[in-house]
Design a protein around this ligand. Sequence first.
Ligand code: ZN
Ligand code: ZN
Length: 343
Amino acid sequence: MKRAVITAKRTVEIQDVEVPKPGPGQVLIRVKAVGLCTYEQRYFSGGVEDYPFHGGHEICGEVAEVGPGVAQKLDVGQKVVVISLTRCGECYFCKRGLDHLCENGDESHEPGVLWGPGGLAEYMLVRSYEVFPVAQDIDETWGTVAEPIGCVLRSVEKGNLRYGDVAVVQGAGIMGLLHVKLACLKGATVIVSEPDEARRTKALEAGAHYAVNPLETDLVTFVREKTDGRGAEACFFTAGGNKAVEEGMKSLVKCGTLVIYGSVRPASPVGFIPNDVHYDEIVITGAIKTTKDSSQQTARLLSERSIDVSDLITETYPLEQIETAFDRAMSAQTYRVVVLFNG
Ligand SMILES: [Zn+2]
Ligand SMILES: [Zn+2]
């Protein structure tokens, strides 16, 4: 089989290796499509210089072989999404149902084993609990978005949106757009705050009701105008700086929730007046990663086509053109670039 390994900055080597055999609890996946996420892009661009690196963690494929002792029912040829989750199942957080915070969840280098999630290959071995069956007729490129959907789904649920609520989404990159789509599914009116005009247009096409440029329009005033002066029930910060976080807080109604989904780099303290939180009962929380539960929810949403992600797949490339695919993935004009296997 062929696999794509990043061996140096801006260098991807296509290597021929043996197809692995699934051991106990493992499933061999025939990979069909892999999304190139920021995580892989950092290695390709040289931002992280830890080579060789075998990327690929946003994966759609089919079951090729099931190892002994696999409990869930999987048929050979079954279409699945693979959500790379290392979960011990035994630590404090796993026991509390917070498996995304697993204390033993971080992948680390094992001596003699190629480093990385390993989806950029014609076949890959995964643990059975990382495999989520989806409808057989789902487009493989859609399946690659399962992991980001799982992460955003948790974020939107932490915003406690109810029908008729107003949600602010700050940033309209792929994560912002997924927040728009999932907040709309919850019946919310969505206001997007995004400085880039093309991205604002994309957000409106994705279902946002309003899209404002925070450099020209005061977001807090705009939100208050649209809510009889009250504010939004939830604000999702997916991109921007400290000023955006502060604006997000100020745009909330009493008892509203700010979910900090994106990171701010470099990070520095944000100011707020404790009394505002005290009197208005504002909730400030965060969201990171996907759980087994949100992955399962995502598999259902995709299988039923409750969420349409075709507008997020900007371009696809065969394995042979993976370096071009990485270049395009890093461009500001693309949302997701997907590598297709076997034609
Ligand atoms: Zn990702
Ligand atoms: Zn654990």
